[in-house]
Design a protein around this ligand. Sequence first.
Ligand SMILES: [Zn+2]
Length: 387
Amino acid sequence: MKRSIKVIVTLLLITLLLPINVSAVTLKEYEDAVAKYTAELKEKEAKIAKGKEEIAAVKKNIADTEQKIAATEEEITRLQEEIERCDKEIKKKDAESKKIMEYYQIENGNNAYLEYIFGATSITDMVYRMSVAEQLTDYNDKIMKELKQLIETNKAKKAELAKKQEELETLKKKLESEKERIEQEVSGVEGTVPSTKGQIELYQKRVNYYRSKGCNSNDIIGVTCDVPPKVNPSGGGSVSPGAIIGENGFRFPVNGGRISWGYGGGHKGVDITRGCGTPIYAIAPGRVYYVGNGLDNYGAYMVLIVHNVNGRLVFSQYAHVQPGIPVYVGQSVDTNTVVAYMGSTGYSTGCHLHLEMSRDYGWAYNGTYSQYVNHITSPWNYVPSPY
Ligand SMILES: [Zn+2]
């Protein structure tokens, strides 16, 4: 006990003492994500297969039950017919007994049975006649009694079967609702399969991309591999006339221009106006990693660039630009590179540039979108103000 507490404390201390680098997104994290979602997909597929097996078993059970219900119904019909047949037979025997009596009554005038018996020619004859009449009626009585017994038995059997049939119907209903429940469960799992497949595809794409850039599992993306060009403070190169360059090597993205909406208060970037078609320059050396209008919900065209500031990743976004974008993904750019032309694409009422920046996490570069949003920073932390 004491020993295990010691181990836990030691582990905690080690965890606390380790330098925490929030920007460290290693390739392994993406590989792990691929493995995690692949395992999830496998689990879901197994669940679906099991559910389908269960559905097949329940279906078979329902078919069996239906067969039993049909057999029971048939047996009930048969018993009913038997009862009716017995009933008829009883009526027939009853009529027969009456006929025997009538016969003797007719034979002996109105004095009926007893007179007939006493009118016998001899005692022997009398006994004989008595016994014949008695035997015939006794026989019929016996048959009728047996038939009545049979009716009772059949009625009891029929009632028992009706009860059994009711039980089978209840069972069938239960099986049907069970089937429905499993079917819903299966379709529920099936519904989440495409999104899991999408996650696998997304992370696999990233893994493949960074592998193609020479990254290994433990490399930190953009820092120890796939490193963008470094931003050198006041670092040489030709400078276009009118450019405002800061000591840190960053520049204001257009020559001239006016700030039409500042950073903050719900605005994630800075809006700059300078007329439609104004060339927009990269704010610092870096590498283009996205060009297009597929990321923004309103379809704004944008260019995304990753910069390397002393090993720290800094990202810049140029949005609402014109569709004809003069740079391509993977291109290294510097402060003299025109990366776009001022436009009004997406959610915009007039030509302007929306310049947005983040640190450590870039939109569609590493981490999740919410991680990116939480790392947005004011462009004025890097870009020199034109005023
Ligand atoms: Zn804006």
